[in-house]
Write a protein that binds this ligand. Structure first.
Ligand SMILES: *[C@@H]1O[C@H](CO)[C@@H](O)[C@H](O)[C@H]1NC(C)=O
Ligand SMILES: *[C@@H]1O[C@H](CO)[C@@H](O)[C@H](O)[C@H]1NC(C)=O
Ligand SMILES: *[C@@H]1O[C@H](CO)[C@@H](O)[C@H](O)[C@H]1NC(C)=O
Ligand SMILES: *[C@@H]1O[C@H](CO)[C@@H](O)[C@H](O)[C@H]1NC(C)=O
Ligand SMILES: *[C@@H]1O[C@H](CO)[C@@H](O)[C@H](O)[C@H]1NC(C)=O
Length: 471
């Protein structure tokens, strides 16, 4: 899609928001290349509840495959698509809406919709919009890596929850759709499908989800950090909402729940999420910035550098990545399942394309185990820190619904800089943003030599702080 169509979409989304009307019917909010671009001053500030949107334009480094280079290997790590609220949150949301309806003596203006709003969202599973996000992801993956994808399907694993499995299936559908280009598949041609499902829970080793590190599971420092930050900005909103809806009394947590309803109602209502929920209009852009920061703080102190056991939860996956990149057996004593990983049927080492599906939290741990955000300033819990796309960490940029990391290995022709011929180079893209690798000597395109990269992963190869899980 060209720049003019992007601008066109952006223009319509913005103008329609300010006028309170819908985006024109034939203007897409969501595209294969750019993800969700409507109402972006709100929808890109929903933390992990943002729909996937491409950060390609925000990257200092082009996301294009560098000239003269051929991609030889790709590991994708993907989050499931947009989902309904979890069952426990759903009960809270429903009770809150009903409480407002019972107590309010007046619901007028932008609150009027609440008079007959009925909470009836599903639970836990993908929404129709979320399914579409994953079909789009499969299309995009095929198109980006067509030179490899034309002749081989990705080896696909999914963590065992329904929405994750459904996401991997929708991705496969999109991949096959792009491959066939409308034509029927050739007879005998291998079709992309899920190869391994790893069960979730505290008795299973699962590199796509945490669960077995006892000490990590017992504490929730991320939630505590989020609560601390939430106190800094919700009181003012609570007072305004209570004044606007006489008879209603709210807690600061209720304020956050009303904000949560904006993304959830938007991604549940229609399969293209084109109608922005009326819950969104109850808050200002600055309030969405605070909301997004609260979600980022939760990830950072729960699964990232803010928790001494956070990055450790991502080690198993990174050790698997090392094995795949170097085509050698997995060496890991954290969360890998050796029964699976020592078997070439369930953990082959000779593939060019791999796609794994999981959740936002383990992906956050994996990004931090890789050291992707090692150069980010720590996130204070009591005041919002300004972050910019080119350098900062945010939940919306890293783990929105249908988030994806592409870890690429490439072989480049001579004249490409100081590398010797034949040295494979690796780099990481998070939602199309090239994130500079740390721990190795990266070039101007954010790439390191494979050997140098693996050597720099001392934290991962040594097992990080896994020993502390049981102390
Ligand atoms: C490892 O995987 C095997 C094969 O799927 C399974 O039977 C076993 O329960 C798993 N063990 C752990 C600890 O995850
Ligand atoms: C509604 O009123 C009941 C009874 O006073 C109270 O327990 C509840 O918290 C109120 N809920 C809201 C949303 O105002
Ligand atoms: C988003 O930007 C539009 C256009 O600049 C503006 O009218 C609207 O109020 C903004 N939305 C929020 C939530 O601030
Ligand atoms: C599961 O992980 C633990 C801790 O690393 C390890 O001791 C155990 O052998 C693993 N189980 C399997 C089946 O790999
Ligand atoms: C990232 O930072 C952590 C904590 O300082 C360190 O242990 C790890 O080695 C770093 N990772 C890389 C790849 O540089």
């Amino acid at each position: 899609m060209g720049i003019w169509s992007v601008l066109f979409v952006a223009f319509y989304c913005l103008s329609s928001l300010s006028e309170g009307v819908l985006v024109p019917r034939d203007t897409p909010c969501n595209t294969v290349d750019n993800g969700y671009q409507c109402y972006s001053n709100t929808s890109h500030l929903w933390g992990q509840y943002s729909p996937y949107f491409s950060l390609a334009d925000e990257s200092a480094i082009s996301a294009d495959i560098p000239r003269g280079c051929e991609v030889t290997f790709v590991q994708m790590l993907s989050r499931h698509g947009a989902r309904f609220p979890t069952s426990s949150k759903g009960k809270d949301y429903k009770a809150l809406v009903e409480g407002i309806q019972q107590n309010a003596t007046k619901l007028a203006g932008k609150y009027a919709f609440l008079r007959d709003y009925e909470y009836n969202m599903g639970e836990d599973d993908l929404t129709g919009f979320g399914e579409n996000e994953l079909v789009d992801s499969g299309l995009k993956f095929y198109e980006r890596y067509e030179s490899l994808a034309r002749n081989s399907v990705p080896f696909i694993r999914a963590s065992g929850q329904d929405r994750v499995i459904a996401s991997a299936e929708k991705f496969s559908d999109g991949f096959e759709q792009a491959k066939s280009g409308g034509k029927r598949a050739r007879k005998g041609q291998e079709r992309a499908k899920i190869d391994v499902i790893i069960p979730e829970g505290d008795t299973f080793n699962d590199t796509l989800n945490h669960g077995t590190c006892t000490k990590f599971e017992e504490t929730k420092p991320g939630d505590e950090a989020e609560d601390t930050f939430v106190e800094t900005f919700t009181s003012a909103i609570r007072k305004r909402l209570e004044a606007d809806m006489p008879g209603v009394s709210l807690t600061n947590k209720d304020v956050v729940h009303l904000m949560d309803l904006c993304p959830f109602d938007t991604i549940s209502a229609t399969s293209d999420a084109k109608e922005l929920s009326p819950f969104c209009d109850l808050f200002t852009e600055e309030e969405w910035e605070n909301y997004n920061y609260a979600k980022s703080v939760e990830k950072y102190y729960g699964y990232g550098a803010g928790n001494s056991l956070g990055p450790t939860q991502g080690i198993g996956f990174v050790n698997e990545l090392i094995a795949r990149l170097t085509r050698s057996p997995v060496i890991d004593h954290t969360s890998t399942n050796h029964t699976l990983d020592d078997n070439p049927k369930t953990f082959p080492l000779d593939r060019a394309l791999y796609a794994d599906f999981g959740h936002d939290n383990p992906m956050t741990s994996t990004f931090f185990a890789l050291g992707l955000y090692n150069n980010t300033k720590p996130l204070p819990k009591t005041s919002i820190q300004d972050v910019d796309e080119s350098g900062g960490y945010s939940a919306a940029w890293t783990v929105p619904f249908a988030a994806r990391m592409y870890f690429e290995m490439m072989q480049c022709r001579t004249g490409e800089g100081r590398w010797e011929i034949g040295q494979p180079l690796v780099r990481a893209l998070v939602n199309d943003q090239v994130v500079r690798l740390s721990g190795c000597d990266g070039d101007e395109l954010g790439r390191c030599q494979l050997d140098d990269f693996v050597e720099g992963l001392t934290f991962v190869r040594s097992g990080g702080n896994w020993d502390e899980c049981f102390s």
